[in-house]
Design a protein around this ligand. Sequence first.
Ligand code: ZN
Ligand code: ZN
Length: 341
Amino acid sequence: MDGLLVTHLPNIRYLTGFTGSAALLLVRTDATILITDFRYAVQAPAEAGQAAEVEVDQKSVWDRLGRVLGATPLAGLGIESHSLTVRDAERVAGLTRSRVVPRSELVERLRAVKVPEEVAAIREAAALAQEALAEVLPTVRAGQTELEVGAALESALRRRGSEWHPFPTIVASGPRSALPHARTSTRTIGRGEWLLLDFGSQVDGYCADLTRMAVVGGRADQRQRAMHELVQTAQRRALENLRAGMTGREGDALAREVIAARGFGEAFGHSLGHGLGLEVHEAPRLAPTAEAVLPAHAVVTVEPGVYLPGWGGVRLEDDVYLSPDGPERLSDGRTELVELV
Ligand code: ZN
Ligand code: ZN
């Protein structure tokens, strides 16, 4: 392979700085060429001009790619098999006589290892998210809908400078908190009910991802308290002991063992965490099936949860930088049980 066609937009942004929604990036041993269209004629050279030769095609980026590939034949052209559609892979094969080599996660592996500027952006995104939460949470009352709370939180995030919501904000109340990926709904929040808030923010393209729990309009009951304490204990064990050099499975086990020991292993049905960066879900993974080693300088979430259908669920999520000297929390770790009385 003496060339790689990069088509996954976060990878293009990572390699060149280009933030637009349409581009092909050809990385050769002798040149880096960004092909985009008319809409980005001004933006692309401004953002990516330092890193790549920018070619703007008025008609078709694919036709232009064909001409570029024809001008400098390659022995082997890599394509990003995890993101290119079958149709576009066929299109690439039709544009070149080079051998087309499907490759997976090459740029993603680079992205998993953060430089200080990237870590700083995630830390800033987390700080902004925490400030938004601190503004909105005390105003939440029984009788509001999940969507009303979500709107207030998203507004607070944007006012503080979050570029966008990296994923749909999850506001789940009462029994709906047992849905790990609940859609924020028109449900009215009742007294003494769980409120689960899973939300993100984005600074310089880099994402933070937090989950916090509250009980609305009353004190927590004994069961709510016990479940919260269990998840908090599991999360703290992982936050304190997670290390670069562990496998993703070993990292996951730090929290999972605590929950399983109390008999709730089956109620923790998702993985412990995921990498954070230009995408809200990226490498590396913390999961029972993740045999890959966690690299130093990765940023991951730690988010154990326990979900009891019909009753509710608890998840607590913080963001951690795996420095060579140990884990460094980028979010505040304030996972105490909030009672909005
Ligand atoms: Zn989350
Ligand atoms: Zn997450």
